[in-house]
Write a protein that binds this ligand. Structure first.
Ligand SMILES: Cc1cc2nc3c(=O)[nH]c(=O)nc-3n(C[C@H](O)[C@H](O)[C@H](O)COP(=O)(O)OP(=O)(O)OC[C@H]3O[C@@H](n4cnc5c(N)ncnc54)[C@H](O)[C@@H]3O)c2cc1C
Ligand code: SF4
Length: 523
């Protein structure tokens, strides 16, 4: 339903995008008594009505609009990257909930690569801890790596999937530390939601609501506190006042164009759409796009390298069972000068649905026809390990506006360019070799490697210096005091583990900064 309560008024806060960050911001700011409007391009789904245990049907959870991709390693966008709808990417994510390590925030100081964040691990630590409690994160009693060693507030998953057991077996044989993966998936009843039933459709949305998403947790709490959510409403422009401040946004709903005025505008529309909106909203005062005096809007986008290794086992594994990721290692996360590259990676035992396995093999391993059919006939005998590898930021990896093609609303399509750097490639080869060794040590025969990426980050990076970054440590743009950007796009570097716990910690910290600055009348 299109609730027009604030449409004729100036809201305190207008948030563009109801994903991982947008959901946290909406809840925190509405609960602080602010009049919050959230504008979300996709639908407001009801898990029981609109989610299905069906791979093909649930591809609609993702942002499928065309983007033009190029570069040395063009990205596969669509279902692999961004969500669409209230909940954003948390509707179809795997719910792996890892903190970044302290070294992730200072790669330049430690390794002479990337750039240091204007935040330290200690700045986010209280927010990580709070979310783990508030969202009932399940995980091991002892987590071996980084600064936080557990215990997690809720017990770890038990039983493990057989794919996770294979991983555990392989790691133990090789003397590699492993652990049960911290997940935002319930291992006990919590806030009226039942624990996980292990059917394995997490990437298709989780009908029973055992998996956390902002759709079922933060947004309902925000609405309870008075926030208004416009769903199926696409923001096409940020409107600026003559005073150099943002006035609000223009959005399209059901073919009609509307304006929402707001004292503070926060973009939480993810890595591709934030730069696209900022660049498209250029005007006489900001001819190169909003918040772009540094020229860094759209630059420095990153992914995680995320190749998969499939190994065939003599006995059935059935890796569709259980949540896709249940066992992981970060034993290769920190820089080791003997490896020939800096930074590091996480490895996950990662189950797969049949369609996604067949698609990945056909499109990236070049296996087609009879060979693909034979491989898929043995689907039940495969185990898989997936890499989450750090990729360093580079200015040539970027989002720009396409020079000719526009979308249905007349906004230029996104033009996304991506090429791995040398360090990224060496790191990935090391990670794939370790994945193969783990599977082989468990008794499997590595058969196929597929190329993939995951977790877009960057494009509006945070930094101390307005000449080389777009937002400050509070996610406030350097150029426009009442325009904030808060989501995965503010990451200056990518870390070597899944990023969304950090996205949500930054969002909660930003909400606190906005509350403080508002009280002090600093915005
Ligand atoms: C298959 C898959 C599995 C994943 N698994 C994990 C995992 O296990 N662990 C982990 O840490 N991360 C995981 N991720 C990554 C995770 O989904 C993202 O890191 C996270 O969702 C990013 O949050 P965000 O707030 O930046 O953006 P999003 O959550 O993507 O939210 C952006 C929202 O903005 C909306 N929007 C965009 N443009 C507009 C516009 N113009 N107007 C209005 N609304 C707009 C979108 O529809 C979307 O809802 C996974 C991602 C995928 C694709
Ligand atoms: S395995 Fe658990 S978390 Fe995943 S979809 Fe099923 S109930 Fe939800």
């Amino acid at each position: 339903m299109f609730d027009t309560r604030y449409l004729q008024e100036e809201a305190d806060i207008c948030i563009v995008g109801a994903g991982a960050a947008g959901g946290v911001l909406a809840k925190e700011l509405a609960e602080a008594g602010m009049r919050v409007v959230v504008i979300e391009a996709g639908p407001f789904r009801d898990p029981q009505k609109h989610f299905a245990s069906d791979e093909l049907a649930m591809e609609t959870l993702s942002w499928e609009e065309t983007r033009i991709v190029d570069g040395g390693d063009p990205l596969r966008l669509g279902s692999n990257n961004c969500g669409k709808g209230v909940g954003g990417g948390t509707q179809h994510w795997t719910a792996v909930c890892l903190r970044f390590h302290p070294s992730d925030f200072r790669t330049y100081s430690e390794d002479g690569v990337g750039v240091d964040w204007p935040l330290a691990y200690e700045d986010l630590e209280p927010y990580y801890a709070r979310h783990e409690r508030e969202l009932a994160v399940s995980g091991p009693k002892h987590f071996p790596w980084g600064a936080f060693h557990g215990p997690y507030p809720w017990p770890e998953r038990n039983p493990l999937s057989s794919n996770a057991e294979i991983f555990q077996m392989g790691c133990q044989k090789l003397g590699i530390d492993w652990c049960v993966t911290p997940l935002v998936i319930l291992t006990g009843p919590f806030e009226g939601r039942a624990p996980c039933t292990n059917r394995g459709f997490c990437n298709q949305g989780c009908m029973p609501n055992a998996k956390f998403s902002t759709l079922i947790v933060h947004i309902p709490k925000a609405i309870q506190a008075g926030a208004v959510v416009y769903a199926d409403a696409t923001v096409v422009e940020i409107e600026m006042g003559k005073d150099g401040k943002a006035k609000g946004v223009v959005f399209v709903h059901d073919g009609m164009t509307y304006r929402q005025k707001a004292k503070i505008v926060i973009l939480s529309a993810f890595v591709v759409e934030n730069p696209r909106l900022l660049l498209h909203s250029a005007n006489a005062q900001f001819p190169n796009g909003l918040a772009n005096s540094s020229g860094w809007v759209g630059k420095g986008i990153m992914v995680h390298s995320s190749d998969d290794v499939y190994a065939k086992f003599p006995e059935e594994i059935r890796f569709y069972k259980g949540s896709p990721v249940m066992a992981s290692t970060q034993a290769f996360y920190e820089t080791n000068p003997n490896r020939g590259f800096v930074r590091g990676y996480t490895l996950h035992a990662h189950g797969s649905r049949p369609m996604s396995m067949a698609k990945g093999i056909a499109t990236t391993a070049g296996i087609w026809g009879r060979q693909l059919r034979e491989l898929m006939l043995n689907y039940n005998f495969y185990g898989r390990v997936t890499v989450v590898g750090e990729v360093l930021p580079a200015p040539w990896n970027r989002v720009a506006l396409h020079a000719e093609e526009t979308d249905a609303h007349g906004v230029p399509k996104a033009h996304v360019t991506f090429t791995y750097g040398d360090n990224d490639k060496r790191l990935l080869e090391h990670a794939v070799k370790k994945a193969e060794e783990i599977l082989a040590a468990a008794g499997g025969k590595p058969v196929v490697r597929t190329h993939d990426t995951a977790h877009l980050m960057g494009g509006c990076r945070m930094g101390k210096d307005p000449a080389t970054s777009v937002v400050n440590r509070d996610c406030q743009t350097h150029d426009i005091p009442n325009l904030f950007i808060c989501d995965a796009s503010v990451f200056p570097t990518s870390g070597g583990g899944n990023p969304t716990h950090t996205v949500m910690a930054i969002a909660a910290r930003t909400a606190d900064a906005i509350k403080t600055k508002t009280v002090r009348r600093e915005i």
